[in-house]
Design a protein around this ligand. Structure first.
Ligand SMILES: [Zn+2]
Length: 101
């Protein structure tokens, strides 16, 4: 039998997948609804989203972030960060990147 966490995880993964499908079809409003729902479920069950999922959506508007479709990714040499800009709300999220010299 699946544990509660596994069930929650499964549901959230499905919602992210559906969200991505809608985004690729151009239905960003629906995508946001799916992601918002996934976040809500996570909160309700106190389930912490894994890092790779957390990085997949805009914290501000809940849009799924796919480079070239819903966000722009660029490396910022001044701040040594990878900047991800959401096309929907223009929110910029910065992640430090490790230089490979
Ligand atoms: Zn956004």
């Amino acid at each position: 039998m699946l544990s509660k966490n596994e069930i929650v995880e499964k549901r959230i993964n499905i919602l992210f997948k559906l969200g991505e499908e809608e985004l690729r079809k151009g239905n960003s409003e629906r995508t946001k609804r799916y992601i918002k729902l996934a976040r809500k479920i996570g909160m309700k069950y106190q389930y912490t989203l894994p890092r790779e999922l957390k990085r997949k959506f805009c914290k501000k508007c809940s849009l799924l972030l796919i480079p070239g479709i819903s966000c722009a990714v660029r490396l910022n040499k001044n701040t040594k960060t990878r900047d991800i800009k959401c096309f929907n709300c223009n929110y910029i999220r910065r992640y430090p990147y490790v230089r490979k010299d």
